[in-house]
Ligand binder design. Structure first.
Ligand SMILES: [Ca+2]
Ligand SMILES: [Ca+2]
Length: 331
């Protein structure tokens, strides 16, 4: 055998080995992806009641590019839990009301008067004098309730898959209890919303509009006068109209704000427990998270994952709903 033949044989051998190794790697990778996809399919099946298993983990809670109440950044451990894939819908809430006869806070009569408490509805003012006065666009409307989200003349026709709104904190808790679930803590909510991403501002990643695409139901146009619906929706959207985050959860940003179990504490992050923090032990308001279809860069960036907001527990709003979690075993 000539040296040239020997070299050619060695090179051929090496090439063959490389091809074999590549083929092996590709097939193993394909198997891994198939396994992952099957596992996700099991997690999202009807058997889990439309819930996703959020495995226990550790994450960095808070953000440095937002409001002071999002600081300091701190590491938090949370246990595993099941979480609703979507916001609770009108259909789901309707089943609860049918089964129990439950009357929401907004539907109850005000003491000493025949009128119902009502809920806050949104209407665009002609002019905005001052962005800090939200009452220019929010009005307490008698007759507004989960059945009549924008006031007595509105209804739920064709809106079964829309998130339920005009529910106070105790209404959300009552539904959760009936369903064998509970509201998420603020830490659980943020851990789930981050979907495994680290130090990025949005539940979908770093860019607000990846490839020019809206990733959540927010507000486009001049706030609060004109919602142009560039993301496909003026007002509320049916749940899961946008892609899920890394954990398979939809609308963790936008559509409706979501009640959490915790009292709100502006300085809570500076002294909270580092494992399953339950929120402050007292307070006058509860935490709401995730932003809504009314969020925009001029007025509210509540759709940033680290963004925190608060609300009076007894108040019902046209842009505020919830989703539930459940303790249990990993699938
Ligand atoms: Ca929109
Ligand atoms: Ca939401």
């Amino acid at each position: 055998m000539t040296p040239a033949t020997r070299t050619a044989l060695i090179i051929s051998g090496l090439l063959l080995g490389l091809i074999l190794m590549s083929t092996l790697w590709v097939s193993r990778e394909a198997m891994r992806i198939r396994r992952l996809r099957n596992a996700t399919a099991v997690r999202n099946s009807d058997a889990s009641g439309g819930m996703v298993w959020i495995a226990a983990g550790k994450f960095t809670m808070g953000a440095n590019d937002g409001q002071p109440d999002e600081q300091p950044l701190h590491d938090v451990k949370v246990g595993g839990f099941w979480m609703d894939r979507t916001e609770v819908t009108n259909e789901q809430f309707g089943r609860f009301v049918d089964a129990t006869g439950y009357v929401t806070v907004a539907e109850r009569p005000v003491e000493g008067s025949g009128a119902a408490v009502g809920g806050y509805t949104f209407s665009a003012p002609e002019r905005v004098e001052n962005f800090s006065d939200v009452m220019q666009w929010w009005k307490l409307t008698p007759g507004a309730s989960w059945r009549h989200p924008e006031g007595p003349r509105s209804d739920l026709d064709g809106r079964g898959k829309h998130p339920v709104v005009q529910v106070a904190w105790e209404d959300a808790c009552a539904y959760a209890k009936w369903a064998g679930k509970r509201l998420p803590t603020e830490a659980e909510w943020e851990f789930a919303a981050r979907g495994g991403l680290i130090h990025v501002p949005y539940v979908w990643g770093r860019e607000k509009l990846p490839e020019g695409r809206w990733m959540a139901n927010l507000w486009q146009g001049r706030f609060p006068q004109q919602d142009v619906g560039e993301d496909g929706f003026k007002g509320l959207a049916p749940v899961a109209s946008f892609l899920a985050n890394g954990f398979g959860l939809h609308d963790m940003a936008g559509n409706v704000w979501e009640w959490c179990a915790d009292y709100y504490g502006a300085d809570y992050y500076s002294h909270s427990a580092r494992e399953n923090p339950p929120g402050p032990s007292t307070g006058s308001e509860r935490v709401v998270r995730g932003g809504s279809f009314l969020c925009n860069d001029v007025y509210s960036k509540g759709y940033r994952t680290g963004s925190r907001m608060r609300q009076q527990a007894g108040a019902a709003f046209a842009h505020l709903g919830f989703r539930c979690v459940r303790d249990g075993q990993a699938p």
